[in-house]
Design a protein around this ligand. Structure first.
Ligand SMILES: [Fe+2]
Length: 270
């Protein structure tokens, strides 16, 4: 009897382990043109180091959650990032940030079929999980996308997992909350709050590491691979230059846990 119990427990644990999906979230790369002033940070090497380290974690999936380009969307930068991702040999998904051009991303990453009215938002199954990817590159979630989000959430019967560039809550980072928040946060929250289960949101944009909870939402803000912001400061101030990424584990029921990992940053040789 005791042995049978132990065996079923082992099988249960093995199933849980087998069904666990590991995702690496990389955000706010801000890849610049060669020779562009990045305040001394080697943004390309930071991204490559993060990608290589991420690969050593043997994830099942990688998500780039926006601000791929330094300032504005540039075709050759997306092409370079795509070549690095393809070389890494891991399945991946990409969404745009406020420094991106989603139509350009869709063109380079062969995702034109996922564009709706110029916006790049979509559902993708990662393992057994339906994961939603939202478009906020214009700082807003369009009405059309909100209707889509509501419909997609209504089909999910357990906890949900969402990636988006902008946090859908006030982040407690004065410089970002005042100047660059998600503009229609209340409308987005209303859709989220009407969902009867828990939602784990993974975003970037704020260049900080934070986890915020509001009603059925847990919002994970993931640090940038470029620089991190001092969220205690009233005005823009850099906290540190260690690039970070997030390791996320999700189960088929949508339950999530995650950890942030930092690396040493790279400076451009003077
Ligand atoms: Fe950014």
């Amino acid at each position: 009897m005791v042995l049978e119990g132990a065996i079923s427990r082992l099988i249960f644990l093995a199933c849980k382990l087998f069904l666990l999906m590991k995702i690496i979230q990389i955000t706010d790369l801000h890849i610049a043109n060669e020779g562009e002033d990045t305040f001394g940070v080697d943004v390309r090497q930071n991204f490559l180091d993060v990608l290589n380290t991420a690969k050593s974690y043997a994830p099942g999936f990688v998500v780039l959650s926006g601000d791929i380009c330094f300032n504005t969307g540039e075709l050759h930068i997306y092409q370079w990032v795509k070549s690095q991702l393809d070389f890494a040999g891991l399945p991946y998904a990409v969404i745009g940030g406020n420094h991106d051009d989603s139509k350009m991303i869709a063109a380079v990453f062969q995702a034109g079929h996922l564009l709706t009215g110029g916006d790049l938002y979509y559902k993708r199954h990662i393992g057994n999980n339906p994961v939603l990817f939202l478009e906020t590159s214009k700082g807003i979630v369009s009405d059309e996308q909100l209707a889509w989000l509501q419909k997609e959430l209504s089909q999910i019967k357990h906890d949900a997992v969402i990636f988006m560039h902008h946090p859908p809550v006030i982040g407690g980072v004065p410089h970002m909350d005042i100047n660059y928040p998600l503009q229609n946060m209340a409308a987005v929250q209303e859709v989220f709050f009407n969902f009867p289960h828990h939602i784990s949101v993974f975003c970037g944009h704020y260049h900080v590491e934070k986890v915020l909870c509001k009603r059925n939402l847990t919002v994970h803000i993931t640090p940038s691979t470029y620089f991190q912001m001092d969220w205690h400061a009233e005005r823009f101030s850099v906290d540190h230059l260690r690039p970070g990424f997030r390791e996320i584990s999700i189960r088929p029921d949508g339950v999530v846990d995650s950890t942030v990992v930092y690396l040493e940053g790279n400076k451009i040789d003077a």
